[in-house]
Design a protein around this ligand. Structure first.
Ligand code: MC0
Length: 251
């Protein structure tokens, strides 16, 4: 089982279950995320959609490099577009969404979290938009979302540095909404989400409809998918291939 969906007190919790790969996203996880979003959107008992990673190490290490590292040309572009579509759906989800960043988040793992309305991180988590060090850019629309959600300079700084940051630094730049204690992690995120889950579905959906206007403009959609197309071009570059070489040799 690569991922699972559980329900607790109005919260649908989607967990990526690949701790041995630091919860990297492969095609099976994409499919499971798509199904989970469909179910959670349609289920009237669900008030909040939350995403987390299994185990104590990582939230998500981004795209599965052993599965995606070999993709070239059209195949790479299709993979990036597919996940881009899913993150766009998450960004415009009709109910509040939250990334429960329970550990390391790298590359596309940060894009997944950026697509959510809120990001709560477990203390000690390391978070890095590291794509720039791999000869690529955010391939799932992460930069477009970041520019819209963070002050311009903060967003650009994270992308250009392309390095793992502390949870405190990510809270200071506005990416993380709250850092929660490691010992009381499960209790604290439930406490944080309880007030949202207590609202009626019609109120939640009306606010999310208002929030979603921003993302549904032609301008934003075009920018989002143009970003993905640019990453697809870089995917086959020598710089990316060289950056992946040590990883692909090992796997
Ligand atoms: C698609 C694209 C996008 O943005 O659009 C991206 O996501 S590009 C960005 C892709 N992601 C990354 O570059 C992150 C690569 N991973 C790492 O930097 C690191 O693994 C951390 C995530 C910081 C975790 O370090 P830590 O020391 O805890 O663990 P580790 O490095 O020993 O990794 C444990 C096992 O998970 C595997 N593993 C880790 N990240 C993986 C990934 N993204 N894809 C496939 N396998 C991965 C390792 O190869 C290793 O396997 P074995 O036990 O078999 O040796």
């Amino acid at each position: 089982m690569e991922a699972m969906l559980e329900h607790h007190d109005g919260i649908a919790l989607f967990t990526i279950c690949r701790p041995e790969k630091r919860n990297a996203i492969n095609f099976a996880v994409m499919e499971a995320l798509e199904e989970a979003m469909e179910q959670a959107a349609a289920d009237r008992q669900v008030k909040v959609f939350a995403i987390t990673g299994a185990g104590s190490e990582a939230f998500c290490s981004g795209g599965d490099l052993s599965e995606f590292g070999h993709l070239r040309g059209t195949e790479a572009r299709q993979m990036l577009m597919r996940m881009g579509e899913l993150l766009y759906r998450l960004l415009t989800f009709p109910k509040p969404t939250v990334a429960l960043v329970n550990g390391t988040a790298m590359g596309g793992g940060c894009e997944l979290a950026t697509a959510c309305d809120f990001r709560f991180a477990k203390e000690g988590s390391r978070i890095g938009f590291v794509q720039g060090r791999l000869g690529i850019t955010t391939g799932w629309g992460g930069a477009s979302m970041l520019f819209a959600k963070l002050p311009y300079g903060r967003a650009l700084d994270l992308l250009l540095r392309a390095e793992p940051m502390t949870a405190e630094a990510m809270e200071a730049c506005g990416w993380i909404d709250a850092i929660l204690s490691a010992e009381r992690w499960h209790e604290q995120w439930r406490e944080r989400l309880a007030p949202y889950a207590a609202r009626s579905l019609s109120v939640l959906q009306a606010y999310k409809a208002a929030a979603g206007e921003k993302w549904r403009t032609t301008w934003f959609r075009e920018q989002f998918f143009a970003e993905i197309a640019r990453c697809a071009e870089l995917w086959g570059s020598d710089e990316h291939e060289q950056a992946l070489r040590p990883f692909l040799r090992k796997n």
